[in-house]
Design a binder for this molecule. Structure first.
Ligand SMILES: Cc1cc2nc3c(=O)[nH]c(=O)nc-3n(C[C@H](O)[C@H](O)[C@H](O)COP(=O)(O)O)c2cc1C
Length: 305
């Protein structure tokens, strides 16, 4: 029997399979290397970087919720210079396409980082995070206003030839408006969703649990919201989509691809089952085999027929 063709195309990018890891849940690529060789994944996405190092928000920064988790890490990261000099050479050794997630507080921040990321390295694409709910200025503000979202993409587009992924926030009334805005701004690919704004209160202390009060909800609890948004964006925009939000099994990944995702990203599930991405790759192949598809690309968007 011929093996199922698992390759997927995202604008100019061809990946050996459609399964990648979501920013902030896979460190800088080495954290999971003891479990499996990261080069088995279609690509890895590293923790969001900002121009200067950040210590993030005060603890507690993570709390479990029904079928999910809330985090308010607040973009703790080593900063652009340290990323380029220390982390990038180590990522190069992993032999995996790397997606670098960038966040900023101004258009200049995004433009500066886009310009600084080398175009001839393991960096396969830049993911522009306009959707982080855990930082006070910037972040979510860029991702909820269509004009600002378009401006961030234009500013990064001018400064790099690398494929640009616009990462959208679900904390909006109309996801399609935002998707069209980033398409106008020059995005090549859209990834969605980032986390949903939420909070919990400790009934003993009667205080918010997280040091930052509010945080981003992720995990299985957000899956139906994410599937809905992928479905809506697929209908409205021609750009390829990376779907994420609560994916922990191959069945979840199939659902996202049927909704219109050309690739999927595994986030919170990595914390629960580090082998989840590999199980999803195998499960996707088996689903195609059992249902008569010779290539996984054939299932993208089938729920729209
Ligand atoms: C602890 C944690 C840190 C995250 N950090 C980032 C980040 O730096 N940049 C970003 O764009 N998204 C970040 N995210 C969002 C994830 O990449 C993903 O979009 C979201 O968690 C939904 O997917 P999931 O339900 O599979 O986790 C983070 C999520 C978690 C749980």
């Amino acid at each position: 029997m011929k093996p199922v063709d698992l390759t997927t195309r995202l604008a100019g990018l061809t990946l050996k399979n459609p399964v990648m890891t979501a920013s902030g849940t896979y460190g800088f690529g080495e954290e999971y290397a003891a479990f499996y060789d990261p080069s088995r994944l279609g690509a890895i996405t590293v923790k969001g970087i900002t121009p200067l190092p950040r210590r993030g928000n005060p603890a507690p920064r993570v709390v479990e919720t029904p079928s999910g988790m809330l985090n308010a890490v607040g973009l703790e990261n080593p900063g652009l210079d340290e990323f380029l000099t220390t982390y990038l050479p180590r990522l190069e050794k992993l032999k995996t396409p790397v997606i670098v997630n960038i966040s900023g507080f101004s258009l200049d921040d995004y433009a500066l980082m886009a310009a600084a990321l080398p175009e001839d390295s393991c960096i396969a694409a830049v993911e522009v995070n306009i959707s982080c709910p855990n930082i006070k200025q910037g972040g979510l503000a860029f991702g909820t206003d269509p004009k600002s979202a378009e401006a961030v993409l234009s500013a990064t587009r001018k400064n790099t030839k690398l494929p640009l992924i616009a990462k959208l926030s679900p904390n909006v009334t109309d996801i399609v408006t935002l998707a069209k805005a980033v398409e106008n701004g020059g995005a090549d690919i859209i990834s969605l969703i980032n986390t949903l704004l939420g909070m919990r209160i400790d009934i003993k202390t009667r205080k918010p649990v997280l040091g930052n009060i509010m945080g981003g909800l992720s995990g299985p609890a957000v899956l139906p919201v994410a599937v809905r948004m992928v479905y809506q964006v697929y209908q409205a925009v021609r750009l390829p989509i990376i779907g994420m939000g609560g994916i922990s099994t191959w069945q979840d990944a199939v659902e996202f691809m049927l909704a219109g995702a050309s690739a999927v990203s595994v986030g919170t599930a990595n914390f629960v089952n580090p082998l989840a991405p590999l199980e999803i790759i195998d499960g996707l192949a088996e689903y195609c085999r059992q249902n008569g598809f010779t290539a996984v690309r054939e299932i993208v968007g089938l729920a729209h027929r």
